[in-house]
Write a protein of this length. Structure first.
Length: 283
């Protein structure tokens, strides 16, 4: 579904989702599953931010804590130490850039917003920090909420669902109600590929991603280089770009509005091909 009137207000910077966009991933962690340790310094992060923006990223997602399977929870102070200087530096160097902060802590979110971030991306959808929803409401910013069964430390131990699509849908409906009651206007849905899901669960969600369009909210697909590709193809994340590109096209055909990607140039190319495909449909 492409929304005729869907624009997110990111502190005065407008993110137009009438056509799909690419969110560039900027991991500021030493232990992320694909690019951990590459952008832990401010200079390296600035260089990567510049590269992704030049390649066509509509927004950047900055995270200071790894959420890979088995990841260890770090302190709030350590998370802030990783992400806050980079948010500040990118906001100063690229003032027009739309920055998302990937955190489940309300205080980290608030401090990063004060430094220049304008979207909050929460893998826990408010389940970790009871103050997150009220913080989002007070900041009056777009909020990306993701579905995850369990937490990063145990989520892949034994994921189990009676019907993964229905359960994720019901989760979103419940959380939407809580957010709307607090006055949160701009919400983005992320079904959480790889977060407490087996390979079959992930592909069921991808096949039925269009179901979430009934909620009339933008859908984010976070597929880039994940194990749902690597396990099927028998490759490591560094060799999973081709598989990522293939599934990005499927996600767009299923209604995704945002592709969260490590490889911005290639994801932007997928969007352009999808747009051409859509423009040449016979009615």
């Amino acid at each position: 579904m492409i929304f005729e009137k869907r624009t997110l207000n990111c502190r005065g910077k407008l993110l137009d989702l009438r056509q799909p966009v690419v969110m560039g991933i900027l991991n500021l962690t030493p232990d992320s599953f694909f690019d951990g340790g590459r952008y832990t310094g401010v200079d390296a992060a600035l260089a990567q931010a510049e590269r992704m923006l030049s390649e066509g990223a509509a927004l950047l997602d900055l995270g200071g804590m790894s959420s890979r399977p088995g990841a260890v929870l770090i302190s709030e102070q350590e998370e802030l130490g990783r992400v806050l200087p980079v948010v500040t530096a990118i906001a100063e160097r690229f003032p027009a850039a739309i920055l998302s902060v990937d955190t489940f802590r309300s205080n980290v979110a608030a401090q990063c917003v004060a430094a220049g971030a304008s979207i909050i991306n929460d893998i826990y959808a408010g389940r970790f920090d009871e103050k997150m929803f009220e913080t989002v409401a007070a900041l009056d910013l777009p909020y990306i909420m993701m579905h995850m069964q369990g937490d990063p430390g145990n989520m892949q131990a034994a994921p189990s669902y009676d019907d993964v699509v229905k359960e994720v849908l019901h989760f979103f409906i419940q959380k939407m109600g809580e957010l709307r009651a607090l006055g949160v206007k701009d919400i983005v849905l992320d079904p959480g590929f790889g977060f407490g899901k087996t390979v079959p669960h992930n592909y069921l969600l991808l096949n039925y991603l269009h179901v979430f369009s009934m909620l009339e909210l933008p859908i984010l697909a976070g597929i880039s280089r994940k194990s749902m590709i690597c396990k099927v193809l028998g490759v490591k994340p560094e060799n999973a770009l081709n598989g990522t590109t293939a599934l990005h096209m499927v996600a767009l055909q299923q209604g995704a509005c945002i592709l969260r990607a490590h490889d911005v140039k290639e994801a932007v190319q997928v969007v352009r091909l999808w747009q051409t495909l859509e423009a040449n449909r016979q009615v």
